[in-house]
Design a protein around this ligand. Structure first.
Ligand SMILES: *[C@@H]1O[C@H](CO)[C@@H](O)[C@H](O)[C@H]1NC(C)=O
Ligand SMILES: *[C@@H]1O[C@H](CO)[C@@H](O)[C@H](O)[C@H]1NC(C)=O
Ligand SMILES: *[C@@H]1O[C@H](CO)[C@@H](O)[C@H](O)[C@H]1NC(C)=O
Length: 360
């Protein structure tokens, strides 16, 4: 029964794909309209712009929706924050259930970087080149304009609460394997729940061996779902005080520091689905994300896909960090799964609520 269903799905998908693969490339020109001119064209479209926004803390929805709506008050926006790994199957299922007429989202901004070339090869992406196209590192964009690296996220820096941590702050990960860190100080996102954290841990193990991981797992770590969650825990009065596998942007009062060990980064990537009924509005949204106004705020971490805002130089961090390492990692799911279950065997399956349902 299952096999039959799978086979039917496969045949359906393949035959559909064969029809959908574009025979010629659309050569789109770089956007020449100003953002306000795009806004005027977007106002002529009807409907609500649906955005699938990868994220694991609900406050991230408010930040982008408030900013966009303040700037473009007459564009109705339905932006759903959810784990990228769940947005992607939802989009595919919507596509299938709509008889391949609607992806269920007009725009997607996700960390599942392997999905973008697949959707492109299925003929599902609208080519678009934002006006700052030539300012974006070519490594982070699709040359036809099917998808765009919007900004650089990183994991692996050390985030801690000042005055709550025994100094000095470790300069390498094995320094965390010390009695001063073994009574509940450390918290971390599960590597087997988030592929970016997984890639970070794979780099750590490649550098320090499985020995490190076994020792680290005995350090009384508070493992938690969601990449923002460890930061939020640290920001609380009691509990863990330090992490190297979290983001710090949503918590206040935390210190973030670099070190001598490995870390990771990736271009959070955005695309417009060809099935959209609001192409100009979708272009407006993507253009806004790459516009100076938004880029100035989002790139406070020091790295950016736009050269203008890449203060620290994302391509100058080798060998500590390979800017294309995560893209390559994600492109081979066999490798991803291999690592995932290595860590799951050691840590057990991820426990806890969907991080977007947490109270912070
Ligand atoms: C799906 O769309 C195709 C045309 O693209 C059409 O021939 C077919 O009847 C549709 N199927 C359903 C169930 O609507
Ligand atoms: C482990 O950490 C918890 C807090 O997360 C703490 O209550 C407990 O005492 C710690 N255990 C040891 C053995 O230090
Ligand atoms: C792990 O622990 C073992 C036993 O205490 C020790 O010999 C080894 O050096 C440790 N390795 C790392 C990478 O922490």
């Amino acid at each position: 029964m299952l096999l039959g269903t799978l086979l039917a799905y496969f045949i359906l998908t393949v035959s559909h794909l064969a029809g959908a693969i574009p025979t010629t490339h659309d050569h789109v020109k770089i956007e020449t309209r100003t953002i306000d001119e795009i806004y005027q064209d977007a106002l002529k479209e009807e409907g609500v712009l649906r955005v699938a926004w990868g994220g694991d803390i609900k406050v991230s929805q408010k930040i982008i929706v408030d900013a966009f709506t303040r700037r473009f008050p007459d564009i109705p926006l339905d932006l759903g924050v959810g784990l990228s790994k769940y947005h992607s199957p939802l989009i595919d299922r919507y596509w299938e259930n709509s008889n391949f007429t609607d992806d269920g989202a007009d725009v997607a901004v996700l960390q599942t970087l392997h999905d973008f070339p697949r959707w492109k090869s299925e003929g599902r992406l609208l080519n678009y080149k934002v006006s700052s196209w030539d300012d974006i590192y070519p490594e982070f964009i699709d040359s036809d304009g099917a998808y765009t690296g919007l900004y650089i996220f990183t994991f692996g820096n050390i985030i801690y609460k000042e005055n709550s941590v025994d100094l000095p702050i470790p300069q390498t990960f094995p320094e965390f394997i010390h009695p001063r860190f073994s009574s509940g100080q450390i918290t971390s996102a599960y590597p087997n729940d988030d592929d970016a954290v997984l890639y970070l841990f794979s780099r750590i193990v490649q550098t320090h061996g499985w020995d490190f991981m076994h020792n680290f797992s005995k350090q009384n770590i508070t493992w938690i779902r969601g990449t923002a969650s460890p930061g939020m825990l640290i920001a609380q009065e009691a509990g863990p005080t330090i992490s190297f596998a979290t983001s710090s942007v949503f918590a206040s009062g935390l210190t973030i520091t670099t070190h001598k060990d490995v870390f990771m980064s990736w271009p959070q990537t955005g695309t417009i689905f060809k099935s959209t009924k609001m192409p100009e509005t979708a272009k407006l949204f993507l253009s806004y994300l790459m516009h100076d106004e938004w880029q100035q705020g989002i790139t406070s971490g020091g790295y950016a896909t736009r050269k203008t805002y890449d203060r620290l130089g994302v391509f100058k961090q080798e060998p500590q960090m390979h800017p294309l390492g995560y893209v390559n990692f994600m492109s081979d799911r066999r490798v991803v799964e291999w690592w995932r279950f290595q860590f799951e065997e050691i840590l057990g399956p991820p426990q806890g609520r969907d991080p977007n349902l947490m109270d912070w």
